[in-house]
Design a protein around this ligand. Structure first.
Ligand code: IMP
Ligand code: MG
Length: 197
């Protein structure tokens, strides 16, 4: 579609139908984890959560933006009654390496005190973000706190606490898709890809 409108004040050109930059750059992507593998693993994690939280109403807290697809698939597989909230941290920007400086861009809206909290992350790399979130949530006295991460990069982080629900442990490669981005691109891919340099 290529539409030209004359509003009287200015000419507005609306274009569409072009290939997205994600499509154009697909050659840089190597398929790593298929839709089927993700689906099956998410189901297993949900079943474990159902068992572990029987009789409880946990609050799932998604870390924006990367976890938005994972959390939506995960909570739909969970059979428990749940509540959902989000927080947002500063991102890597357009870099593949953490600046080491974590900032809170959107705080929680829910009451944490006395509740069972499950933080949902897309990926744990250096572990800085998850450490920051843990301190933040613990300062509000939850009844319990656990973490679900779709991906966990092996041997990178030095966490002094466990991640109870891990989808896949992966080597130190930069991955995109299924919510994960590089410079805000590729989040909408259905599978997980390694982004080649
Ligand atoms: P950490 O603080 O170094 O553990 O990084 C956590 C955040 O960095 C994740 O929530 C992602 O948003 C982002 N990140 C880390 N590794 C990757 C990657 O391989 N692809 C896309 N985003 C990543
Ligand atoms: Mg993230």
């Amino acid at each position: 579609m290529n539409l030209q409108q004359n509003s009287g004040l200015q000419k507005v050109t609306v274009t569409g139908g072009e290939k997205s930059s994600a499509q154009l750059k697909k050659s840089k992507l190597k398929r790593y984890i298929s839709r089927k593998e993700i689906k099956s693993r998410v189901r297993k994690l949900a079943a474990k959560i159902d068992k572990d939280y029987k009789g409880k109403i946990p609050i799932f807290i998604g870390v924006l933006n990367g976890s938005f697809i994972f959390i939506s698939d995960l909570v739909r597989e969970v059979k428990l009654e749940t509540e959902i909230d989000f927080l947002k941290l500063s991102s890597y920007g357009d870099s593949k390496i953490s600046s080491g400086d974590v900032k809170l861009l959107k705080d929680l809206n829910c009451t944490i005190e006395g509740r069972d909290i499950i933080i949902v992350e897309d990926i744990i790399d250096s572990g800085l973000s998850i450490k920051y979130i843990r301190d933040l949530v613990l300062s509000h006295n939850p009844a319990s706190l656990q973490f679900a991460a779709l991906l966990f990069k092996k041997g990178i982080s030095s966490l002094d606490f466990g991640i109870k629900y891990v989808g896949f442990k992966i080597p130190n490669k930069f991955v995109v898709g299924y919510g994960l981005d590089y410079a805000q691109k590729y989040r909408n891919l259905k599978e997980i890809f390694i982004l080649r340099n």
